[in-house]
Design a protein around this ligand. Structure first.
Ligand code: S3P
Length: 179
């Protein structure tokens, strides 16, 4: 991959349960980068949890907050950015991330994603009578966006550390191609 754009950061995108936070922490530790989670930033700026934000103002208002947070990231350097699962399903968000980050898509099958999130209750997008069908539908809609990432990493049957090591080697390659 020949990269001519600046790559100061690493952004992890992918569906809920893809491992963006756990892989992101492992990558940040090893690269000695800062770690930033867009959901956490939204929660701290709003003073509310994601669940409360969805309940109070709905998904659209949450997406506007995501947009604002992405616009705040342009000055970051040496940061691993874990994004909310729906954030890249906005072409402008993706373009803004790609202006400073290597964007890595952490992929897993719908069944594996459901397996990883089924005992967690904090994701309003999955509050549905048939969560697996919801995952499939959302993934189908979002996959074309996710696939615009610079790198796709299959996380299925790989440990967090294995995925992190793979992400790091892709990042090093991309940064060395810049020189
Ligand atoms: C969402 C994913 C969540 C969070 C919000 C909406 C989505 O982030 O941003 O609940 O639409 O996929 P994670 O992917 O970190 O769970």
């Amino acid at each position: 991959m020949i990269e001519t754009r600046p790559i100061h950061n690493l952004a992890l995108i992918g569906f809920m349960g893809a491992g963006k936070s756990s892989v992101g922490h492992a990558v940040a530790d090893r690269l000695r980068f800062d770690f930033l989670d867009t959901d956490e930033l939204i929660e701290s700026q709003a003073g509310k949890s994601i669940t409360e934000l969805f309940a109070a103002a709905g998904e659209l208002a949450f997406r506007e907050r995501e947009r604002q947070v992405v616009q705040q990231l342009g000055q970051r350097t040496r940061t691993v950015i874990a994004t909310g699962g729906g954030l890249p399903a906005n072409a402008q968000n993706l373009a803004d991330l790609q202006a400073h980050s290597l964007v890595v898509y952490l992929w897993a099958s719908p069944e594996m994603l459901w397996e990883r999130v089924r005992f967690q209750a904090h994701r309003p997008m999955l509050h549905d009578p048939d969560p697996l069908a919801r995952i499939r539908a959302l993934l189908t809609a979002r996959d074309p966006f996710y696939r615009q990432a610079d790198v796709l990493v299959n996380t299925e049957r790989r440990s967090v550390i294995e995925v992190a090591q793979h992400v790091i080697s892709q990042f090093r390659l991309a940064v060395s191609d810049q020189r």
